[in-house]
Ligand binder design. Structure first.
Ligand code: GDD
Ligand code: MN
Length: 415
């Protein structure tokens, strides 16, 4: 076994981004295998690094009594983050530091860190204290209880974002929706696929060649790894106190590239058959029955408002009212029947209202989709308005169901 000089930097692995089986002879390991390795990727975090190392060490010393390591992976920050980290090593024996000069980027930094890790559990946390450290213990606990992957999520009961602008929330949700459409099998598995705060069992990604672009490494891990049980823990994404975010428009473009790449390389057939076996057929049928009841409600109200023998209101006005009442009707039945198991756990009226607003928006998008597909099918495929309409309704129903399942009545494996 090689003797490691005190306070020396880790050498940077080269070659493919692949995590190997845990072995005692791994170069640079220099010691016993340990339980938990936490990677802290940094770029220009000079103002945060000391504090986060101090907090994490305190937390893990207490819970894990030395059976862990912290691995800072810094991309040669001009503010000397790596140097500061290195100077902390005498005080924190569990701390290891890597300085990368050839490669750059958040995702690859995390993987390079995991490649030198000695733990059977691997993790990642931001270096800017926006991820609350105490959540780490809950995540570790979830893994110890048998999960292959434990994700800190902003979209659970105890989760959230502290003070994001409307536009940032909107972009974040839009990105998630796009991902759900392109890669439902991956993004559908967690409530916060954009999370950069998670732990996983090494065995769940051993051998997979990871190849992420941009920021969203969790997608890569779920897409290419072999994740059985997934657990989630809610957390609040707090404000940055020091330094600044490195997110630019490029990250949004990278994200879309990443989705498409994963979609193509993980194969069509596999994706289809897997998503079919997991398809909640009973729920879908109930959703369809509720949808039919909505059609009936819509018709009756339209009649009552518009018919010359009744109120005789103008058609558009009548239809807007009848359509909205139908949506209300559908929401009521879906909430108390189709998704009763989910809504029972979230009964506060604010939560109900939130579900209703989401349901409403999603159904409105469904309506636009309905009209678009009707036109497309009618003009280019089957020139019969009623058959075309049936196809459009079927497509919109699948959309309404799937997106509501994932966003309004979120079914997660969380207790
Ligand atoms: N080594 C390395 N190289 N680290 C980087 C790089 C890089 O190119 N770019 C960013 N980092 C580090 C930052 O120093 C920080 O510790 C962490 O990665 C997150 O970067 P931020 O720029 O602070 O990202 P954010 O706060 O906007 O986004 C975070 O929240 C997202 C959830 O919306 C990140 O945690 C994302 O991973 C997460 O998805
Ligand atoms: Mn940040």
């Amino acid at each position: 076994m090689s003797i490691i000089e005190p306070n020396s930097l880790l050498s940077v692995p080269t070659g493919q981004l692949q995590i190997s089986e845990l072995s005692l002879t791994t170069e640079g390991a220099g010691g016993e295998p340990i339980h938990f390795s936490l990677v802290i990727p940094t770029y220009k975090e000079a103002a945060n690094i000391k504090k986060i190392v101090e907090i994490l060490s305190g937390l893990l010393d207490e819970a894990n009594s030395g059976n862990y390591e912290l691995i800072v992976v810094d991309d040669n920050s001009p503010d000397g983050t790596w140097e500061i980290a290195q100077s902390l090593m005498p005080e924190y024996p569990q701390l290891r530091v890597m300085r990368r000069q050839q490669e750059r980027g958040l995702s690859s930094a995390v993987i390079r860190g995991w490649q030198v890790a000695r733990g059977s559990v691997l993790g990642v946390i931001d270096g800017d204290l926006q991820h609350p450290p105490h959540v780490l213990l809950q995540l570790l606990h979830a893994i110890d209880e048998g999960a292959d992957l434990a994700v800190a999520s902003r979209h659970l009961e105890d989760g959230g974002v502290s003070s994001w602008s409307f536009i940032r929330r909107f972009l974040s949700r839009g990105a998630q929706l796009l991902g759900l459409i392109i890669l439902p099998r991956v993004l559908g598995r967690v409530s916060d696929p954009m999370s950069g705060y998670f732990l996983l069992r090494r065995s769940a990604i051993v051998g997979a060649t990871l190849n992420p672009v941009g920021y969203k490494i969790l997608l890569e891990v779920i897409g290419r790894g072999n994740m059985g049980k997934i657990a989630e823990v809610g957390y609040v994404f707090s404000e940055r106190q020091e330094g600044e975010s490195k997110v630019t428009w490029k990250q949004y473009v990278d994200y879309v590239r990443h989705l498409i790449r994963l979609r193509v390389s993980t194969g069509r057939l596999k994706g289809l058959s897997q998503s079919m076996t997991g398809f909640p057929i009973g729920r879908f049928i109930r959703f369809g029955v509720v949808g039919l009841s909505g059609v009936f409600v819509d018709m009756v109200i339209l009649y009552l408002l518009h018919d010359p023998t009744t109120l005789g209101l103008p058609l558009t006005r009548s239809k807007i009212i009848s359509g909205e009442i139908a949506i209300l009707n559908n929401f009521f039945w879906n909430d108390s029947w189709t998704f009763a198991d989910v809504s029972m756990q979230q009964q506060k009226w604010r939560q109900r209202l939130k579900r209703f607003l989401k349901f409403n928006i999603i159904c409105l998008v469904g309506l636009v989709l309905n009209v678009l597909i009707l036109n497309l099918v009618y003009n280019f495929i089957i020139p019969n308005a009623y058959i075309a309409n049936l196809i459009a309704i079927a497509a919109a129903t699948v959309w309404n169901f799937w997106v509501n399942l994932k966003l309004s009545w979120r079914v997660t494996q969380v207790k």
